[in-house]
Design a protein around this ligand. Sequence first.
Ligand SMILES: Nc1ncnc2c1ncn2[C@@H]1O[C@H](COP(=O)(O)OP(=O)(O)OP(=O)(O)O)[C@@H](O)[C@H]1O
Length: 606
Amino acid sequence: MRRPQRRALAKQSRAKDGDEIRLLEAWIDAGKPLPGTKPPPPSEESSAANARARARDVVAKAAAGDYSDYGASTRFDELPLSKKTKDALRKAGYKEMSEIQRAALPHALCGHDVLGAAKTGSGKTLAFVIPVIEKLYREKWSQEDGVGCIILSPTNDLAGQIWEVVRKVGKHHNFSGGAIVKRTGIEQEKERINSLNILVCTPGRLVQHFDETPNFDCSNLQILVLDEADQILDKNFKSQVDIILSQIPKARQTLLFSATQTKSVKDLARVSLKNPEYISVHEQASTATPDNLEQCAMIVPLEQKLNMLWSFIKRHLKSKILVFLSSVKQVKFVYEIFKKLRPGIPLKCMHGRMKYEVQQAIVAEFSESTSVLFSTDIFSRGLDIGNVDWVVQVDCPESVALYIHRVGRTARYNKKGKSLIFLCPEEERMLEKLKATESKIPINVRKPKVEQLEQISQNVAAVLVKFPNLQQLGKRAFVTYLKSVYLQGDKEVFDLSRFSAESFAAYASSLGLPVTPKIRFVSHKKNVSKKDMKDIDVKQMKHKAEVIEINPQVNRYMLADDGPDDDILYPKKPNTDANIYDGLDDILSPKVPGTDTHMEPEKIDE
Ligand SMILES: Nc1ncnc2c1ncn2[C@@H]1O[C@H](COP(=O)(O)OP(=O)(O)OP(=O)(O)O)[C@@H](O)[C@H]1O
């Protein structure tokens, strides 16, 4: 007897939806902002009761055919959104819109393409998630309609986080979807992917489906979203993004968001935006980083970095600290050594070679506890962890943009935060870049307090004697650090030839290593160029490597010592942890009904 009742309720709900959709469409059309317009500054703060009454009034007027210009709204409940979305937003505690949401939502809701830029932690995710949900709702999208929206993110972790926001905002709707983030279950996923309405994934994983999943069909796609758009459109993702763009319809809405937006016309031409709205809410701001962020830099010689980091942690035992290092080996080594030395605060580490589930567990633990998390750049963009007190950059970021994303893991959405960057004297050019007027980064340079610096290299050396496997790891950390400097494109900042042989020896000693690992620079007889190097079988070359010298002047490629293949130097590619694009680790998590990452189909409005 329950079934007919459920069916009747579903029918009733659909009829109700139909009425609401008609109202929303009329409202969106009648009150839509003109192209190129920005919202007026919000009027004087009114009381919460007034705001609620104003919102009720706006909705009642719309129902009576008197449509407001929602482009001036300050609250979510004043926008032409479905009741299901408004209820979910209210329950999640979202009432007032942030600047980027005020500016972008009215345009995105009425179907414009949007290119949105706003500082880190300013609420860009809701600015694209809400229009996605609303568009599919107004199109009466159902499972049978297949993939209606693709949201591309540069990493699995960020895809998972975006999916959680989609789930939260869409919880009263009937769409299916998921973050495509786990390798296991690909076969199961292939069977289901065509019935998912919203896919959140990295470009690499999506391409894998275009290649491997028979009948994978995106011909009905309504919206494409690129989060961290500047990164998705850069050269590392180019071939994957080109494949995706060739497989999806041109008649679609496209939303691009990032804290450091691409301005390259060539990049934008690739995504074929139609009369896009360029929304850059903080363009006139005096800083490119959050206002509540206090930033400082210290010039620290390479061999003092570990001492400095240790001393910093010891002086901030009650803080939540996120530490960026340049490679997986660095992260593992510093984590293992500090764990043995016990600074008096819980330590964690995260990098792209970990299983997605492990990463998720670490992120969850880190969100909830006072601790130190050592991480590669897998964590630098988009991830939203509450209450990070400090971001410490032990190794120099590859660009000013990456610096902005890394420090943006703290001081999120009106919260306060602090950041510290260690720069070697050889990398001072980066300091000039950060301090340049156009970078708009208010950074103070502080002198390290020598009296507060604890020298730990002897303790580290003692740990290495006790745990020989750590000695091997230390050696790898040394090699990969040099390798990462060598691989960086910006040679004004990253130039191994500026470091002396003595500083390498001192650095090795600071890592507790009894001797400086031998780094082999292969000077190829034929003077191989970087371009030609791509065609060389690096493994084969390794066996007959002509080891010459540590001489950064020669036109050379560096081969690591006799370690495993991942220490061989070869041109930078996507899908390596150093580059944070975890394409190879992209794994799909199938959205099986009943699992908690599935938007339940056919759920009736509560
Ligand atoms: N209108 C709002 N009211 C209250 N909190 C909000 C609002 N919008 C977003 N937030 C919160 O602000 C935090 C940052 O939001 P979000 O992750 O979307 O920032 P972002 O701009 O995408 O940052 P990034 O550039 O680092 O990716 C999140 O915890 C989110 O829940």
